[in-house]
Design a protein around this ligand. Sequence first.
Ligand SMILES: [Zn+2]
Length: 429
Amino acid sequence: MKNILRLSTGGLILAGASFFVMGDSAIGYSTIGGSLNLGQRDFRVYDNFSGSPANNNTTNHSNWPGYTGAELAIWKGGAEWNSRAHGDGSGDGAQSVVGSGGANMTFFWEGMASGIGGSNDNIVSSISGSSGGVLAYCETPINDGWRIRFYGDAWSWQDGPGTVNSGMDIQGVACHELGHSLGLGHSTAGGSPTMNAYISGTGSGQRSIASDDIAGLKSIYSARDSNMPWIDNVAVSGNTVTISGGGFSASTNRVWIMNDLLDGGNSGGAHETVADVPSSNGTSLTFQLPASGWESGCIAVKRTTGGTYGNLSESHPFDASGGGGGGGNDTANLTANTYTPNIGTGITFSWTNAPASAAYNLVYSFTDRSPFFNTYNGLVGSGTNTAWGTGSLYRIVPNRAAGRTVFIECQYIAGGVVYDTNTIRLDVP
Ligand SMILES: [Zn+2]
């Protein structure tokens, strides 16, 4: 049985303030017990938020490649807790730097999931209904994983990306709930820390963690080690990637890159790992991109095979759309209503965040050619996106697919530029 921690809106905030007479400098954080296991630093979103304000930000930002809408808001909410700034820290209208945790802890963003997952799958999603003023909750204990749900029907959820002035801010509430997933309880400190049990207004103010939140995080994971690896720059030329930074080991570095593949496992896949990358003077790594399985989004360096929290760098933006794999910007998001379709039954493919009114080709391959299918075995179908950059296609699964694993991607051309989606994997019984 999982416990849950709830975040509620205003109303009681004044009563709380008058009851706890504390100065702004008072330590108010609390912990719920435990810390995330080393294998639980990943997080994902199943974007089932309804209502266009939750997904009407369609502007890409170079510091956050490949994601917009609710996914981007939640990615930034997690990255705020990371050990160091995400890239140059830019891309949020409500704070100057994203990535303020300063502890031996960094989330690794894994993009989309194909469902809400179980209570230990580290997926953020929406749940229908409402619960008396509660905005969202996190299922604990967290050491072996967690799950976060937003009450989707009760509030007008907003994806920003600037400060949200009406409705409720997905990013601020995500930052709070992800604080629970790290092991933090509610705070009684003054100054409205992110982990306050109540928020007033839209929640935009909770996007930026406060000194009390940081103190709580450090009490669980310790302050950032001075020799924790870090990334200053990532350069991509063709299939060659060079990471500049510091704290790298001589020969046993492992590079984590976001996984491209969405299957029926809810997990969204584990990150792609490039193992045993040697460094030059501990400050530079050069490696070749794997042939498949990764996507643009984020990247991190872990300096050894085993280890402690302090062995993983902060996450850094990674955009190989101009180089490796012949494309693969993965800016559009492809899902299916099932990932294990029976022959003779229908399957619906859906995509969002694609170029408006552009022609699409939904293609399939019997081998994984992610992040971009330069070649493929055939077309599932073609057509034109809606004016909102969405689309869907219904098909009956043909007999010849029986027993096969099929990889599918959607491709578009708009303004002379090729765009594509993540890859989905179908396992046909
Ligand atoms: Zn809470």
